[in-house]
Design a protein around this ligand. Structure first.
Ligand code: LLP
Length: 430
């Protein structure tokens, strides 16, 4: 839960505002974003990684207000499409504080990035190195480039969000020597400046040892390149992917512990190679924005379903679903839910929170105990929905996407408006 959430007289409050008041004012479903909590998490990472550059990964959740808040707290921003660049620019961010990612950036995206003087571009293929060199030459610029290295670490997370095993699309293989060759080409390119190496092993990872192995491997390549090519690589980017707690079983390491572990590894590898320690950078998304938000839904129907003799489950249908949180269906993610608008002394019943979409996989929370008297009109809250929920939202079944309501210093404001059916119809040209 975000830091500023508490129960008062049975009802969930955020920054002193009751969920009933929020629902009445902004409607449901709605993402409720604790901006103070978000800012505190930004600071926790910058303080733990003092002297390093912390990039907020915009893919987790991207809006002008959120990127501006991250920048105000001293973070840079990782973007990976023209769309995310556009939001960052519209938010007034300095292009020099942006880093551009992506395995298939378009020519237009590369061109724009170079033209606006983006801080760094992380290259992901040999074709891209050539394209970027050409574009930079045409524009008479010399962009800072990082090379994405696939360090070959199998992180324990869902297959779709692991990015450093061999058979996947991101990065240059370390084991095959591809990463070495890519860095060498960037270093020798006419119009590119090799800033350093980058690695990112996946997302929602709790295993600090996996980050350490990755850091050691990429630091060794960093040292080898410096020695062989007689160059200095100013920076080493260790990526994001730090896990957050979705349930009480999840136990993420605090930023300071992660920072100390990674620094120790990089220091050790640099000392072994007798080179200076480069500036570090990291790119957390989920661990900053994920815990800052809960989704507020209204219950529409409650249906008991018999599972077997004597066992049943309450299907609690809410006014959103897979269109505002696809993670349960896509990654088998585990969420929790709570009755938010009142307290209840009814016995807890096995329940499943489902959406309003036309498929049975439309599940928000797979297994949860909710009071047996849960009823239409009740509000329920699902915490931990700040990352990859609104940003991966869809209009499945022509359902408009919910707003994001930010609460700061006890005041609520809409930072991303609720879509309307008219918004969707505007694109339907008949
Ligand atoms: N840096 C790079 C290069 C990335 O690809 C990502 C995430 C991040 C940083 C931020 O990772 P984070 O700290 O947020 O874990 N949609 C999936 C997650 C996909 C992550 C993609 N890349 C999900 O909902 O779990």
């Amino acid at each position: 839960w975000p830091a500023n959430v508490e129960r008062a007289a049975g009802t969930l409050h955020i920054g002193g505002l009751s969920v009933e008041k929020l629902a009445a004012e902004f409607g449901t479903p709605a993402y409720v974003f604790d901006e103070d909590d978000f800012r505190a998490r930004c600071r926790a990472w910058t303080e733990a990684f003092e002297g390093a550059d912390v990039f907020y990964a915009a893919k987790a959740f991207c809006s002008k207000a959120v990127l501006r808040a991250a920048a105000e707290e001293g973070l840079s921003v990782d973007v990976c499409t023209a769309g995310e660049i556009a939001v960052a620019l519209a938010a007034g961010l300095d292009p020099a504080r942006l880093g551009l990612h992506g395995n298939n950036k378009s020519l237009a995206e590369l061109h724009q990035a170079v033209e606006i003087g983006i801080g760094r571009i992380v290259v992901d293929s040999l074709q891209e190195i050539e394209r970027l060199d050409t574009i930079a030459g045409e524009l008479g610029r010399r962009p800072m480039v990082m090379v994405r290295v696939n360090v070959g670490v199998e992180a324990h997370t869902h297959e779709y969000i692991a990015t450093a095993h061999e058979d996947q699309k991101f990065g240059f293989s370390l084991a095959d020597g591809d990463a070495y060759e890519a860095a060498r080409r960037v270093a020798h390119a006419d119009n590119l400046e090799l800033l350093g190496l980058h690695s990112h092993i996946g997302s929602q990872i709790f295993d600090t040892a996996a980050f350490e192995v990755s850091a050691a491997r990429v630091a060794r390549l960093h040292a080898q390149l410096q020695t062989d090519l007689d160059i200095t690589l100013a920076e080493l980017d260790l990526g994001g992917g730090f896990g957050m707690a979705y349930t009480t079983q999840d136990d993420p390491q605090p930023p300071a512990v992660i920072a100390a572990a990674l620094r120790r590894i990089v220091d050790r590898e640099c000392a072994a190679a007798s080179i200076d320690v480069p500036r570090l950078s990291i790119e957390p998304g989920r661990s900053i924005v994920g815990p800052s938000t809960f989704t507020l839904y209204e219950v529409g129907t409650v249906k008991p379903v018999t599972l077997s003799a004597g066992a049943s489950r309450l299907y609690v249908s809410v006014d959103g679903g897979i269109s505002d949180n696809i993670r349960t269906a896509l990654y088998d993610a585990t969420y929790s839910a709570t009755l938010a608008s009142r307290s209840s002394t009814a016995t807890p019943a096995l329940a499943r929170v489902v959406g309003k979409h036309c498929e049975s996989g439309d599940i928000v929370v797979k297994d949860e105990f909710l009071p047996a008297d849960i009823a239409p009109g009740d509000l329920i809250a699902v915490p931990g929905t700040g990352a990859y929920c609104r940003s991966m939202g869809s209009n499945y079944n022509h359902v408009p996407r919910p707003p994001v309501v930010a609460v700061r210093n006890g005041e609520a404001r809409v930072i991303l408006a609720r879509e309307t059916v008219e918004d969707l119809l505007r694109l339907d040209l008949g």
